[in-house]
Design a protein around this ligand. Structure first.
Ligand SMILES: *[C@@H]1O[C@H](CO)[C@@H](O)[C@H](O)[C@H]1NC(C)=O
Length: 144
């Protein structure tokens, strides 16, 4: 999914971006720039060598394989850790999908890390609700 589980309003806003009217574009604020620099790396290489491109203040609705990528503790502390889980993800335990991780959505607010399946693409990204601190990253498909 593409929302903060404890903030249903965000879900509604995010869903409305898909099913109703697009979100209005907002002027870039100082807050947004800080968020990008501190919490959303646009280039990242995982410890096992998978290269990621980050897209800040974006989300993706649907395509969910798994939330938090088999994390034992449930909460992912950083977008980098979410990408690390993506780089090691090889299918949902006990389910039919056996593909890897083809994108992540990370919600800084509640530490959720959504693993997206092999049909997702960059054109599926939409603007995240303002101040929701949700970011997307795609691994380099040529490495998968
Ligand atoms: C991937 O997600 C899409 C959108 O939710 C879904 O239609 C498709 O069946 C999924 N594919 C797999 C292999 O799970």
């Amino acid at each position: 999914m593409c929302f903060l589980s404890k903030e249903r309003l965000v879900a509604l806003i995010c869903a409305s971006a898909v099913f109703a009217t697009p979100l209005k574009s907002e002027p870039i604020s100082t807050h947004t720039l800080e968020s990008r620099q501190e919490n959303c790396p646009t280039d990242y290489t995982s410890q096992n060598g998978l290269r990621f491109t980050g897209y800040c203040d974006k989300c993706i609705v649907g395509y969910d394989v798994f939330e938090n990528g088999n994390a034992v503790d449930g909460k992912i502390m950083s977008m980098e850790d979410c990408m690390e889980r993506c780089s090691r993800f090889s299918g949902e335990v006990g389910a039919t999908y056996s593909g890897g991780c083809f994108a992540i959505v990370y919600a800084l607010g509640d530490g959720n890390c959504w693993i997206k399946n092999n049909t997702v693409g960059t054109s599926d990204m939409i603007d995240a609700p303002q101040d929701s601190k949700m970011h997307v990253a795609f691994p380099d498909r040529t490495q998968l």
